[in-house]
Design a protein around this ligand. Structure first.
Ligand code: TYM
Length: 327
């Protein structure tokens, strides 16, 4: 039985990396899996500095992005669920239990921890513990398939370490978890193709960017030396990244695109790419507006999904507590 879980932190506007690396796959999986749960991981989002005054809005922005992208929750039947992590407190309760079997040495060597530490200068317990909560997010529903981008793979490994240790200490209870990588598992920054696309500045294209912003950002995107539009990650990392985005949004094969731009300049290629992005995001933005204008419907989807998620989560938590001698 395939059980899917994935989440995104509400720490800024979602960008094409989030869409191509994660959400695009969620949409493909949501109908074939027996269970799928997609979360706005608001407890993860507060492990680094944030503004409490705008946080609710940021959470709702991600919810709207999910819905506009095509996540199609159906909490009344057996369909996908769309939840806010903090509304299902079993996640954090399980994280505490997992803390008792997680070595600190598994956590402080993780690249994501070191990266955030360097970026924010904030070193709190929650930042170190972040992947344990992520393991709990996944395992509280006994999920076994997690569609994510490449940067999350160490966290999936850790999830499996925790499950393995739990099973060996308390008896076979938790499943093996597999990551599910999309073709766009690593979309790079438009300003620096050695860095992944992130939620800030000109580095990325937000799903909510208007056409002129998109055109300007793509015009300003760095390119490589030479003038050939050719896919070559080593020699031409910037153009290869733009070709990947073009391919994934248009459905046209990279080889076909290379042929199309043979003899043409970067400028023509970038102009066309800008239009591909604009056209791709237009229906997304229209759909988002419809949901935005219907907050009652959105809230109903969330509260019904969360109610159902709490039932599923309580059942796993009960089993785990029994195994651990807590009940
Ligand atoms: P977050 O919020 O950093 O990113 C959300 C998802 O987007 C993917 N992603 C990318 N994919 C390709 N190229 C990029 N440039 C790019 N940037 C981001 C990420 O790989 C991720 O899939 N720890 C998670 C959130 C989380 C989670 C979970 C995920 C919490 N609990 C349980 C799965 C299951 C995170 O910080 O993602």
């Amino acid at each position: 039985m395939v059980k899917v879980f994935s989440g995104i932190r509400p720490s800024g506007k979602l960008h094409l990396g989030n869409y191509l690396g994660a959400i695009k796959n969620w949409i493909e999986l949501q109908n074939s899996a027996q269970q799928s749960i997609f979360a706005v991981v608001d407890y993860h989002g507060i492990t680094t500095p944030y503004d409490p005054k705008t946080y609710q809005q940021q959470i709702m922005d991600v919810v709207l992005d999910y819905l506009a992208a095509g996540i199609d929750p159906d909490p009344s039947a057996d369909g996908p669920l769309l939840i806010r992590q903090s509304k299902v407190p079993q996640h954090t309760e399980l994280a505490w239990l997992f803390n008792t079997i997680t070595s600190i040495g598994w956590l402080d060597r993780l690249p994501t921890y070191k990266e955030q530490l360097e970026k924010t200068g904030v070193n709190n317990m929650a930042l170190l513990d972040y992947p344990v909560l992520m393991a709990a997010d996944i395992l509280i529903y006994k999920s076994n398939l997690v569609p994510v981008g490449e940067d999350q793979l160490p966290h999936i490994d850790l999830t499996n370490e925790i499950a393995k240790r739990f099973n060996s200490l308390f008896g076979e209870t938790l499943p093996v978890v597999k990551p599910h990588l999309a073709e766009g598992f690593r979309i790079m920054s438009l300003q620096d193709p050695t860095k992944k696309m992130s939620k800030t500045g000109d580095e990325g294209i937000a799903l909510s960017d208007d056409p002129d912003t998109i055109r300007t950002k793509i015009k300003k995107a760095v390119t490589d030396s030479g003038k050939e539009v050719r896919y070559d990650e080593k020699e031409k990392p910037a153009i290869s990244n733009l070709l990947t985005i073009y391919h994934l949004l248009s459905g046209k094969e990279i080889k076909t695109l290379e042929k199309k731009y043979d003899g043409q300049s970067y400028v023509e290629f970038k102009n066309d790419l800008a239009e591909v992005v604009v056209n791709f995001l237009k229906p997304f933005q229209e759909k988002r507006k419809k949901f935005e204008d219907n907050p009652d419907r959105v809230m109903e989807i969330l509260t019904k999904s969360e109610e159902k998620a709490r039932v599923l989560a309580s059942s796993t938590l009960k089993e785990i507590k029994e195994r651990m001698g807590l009940e």
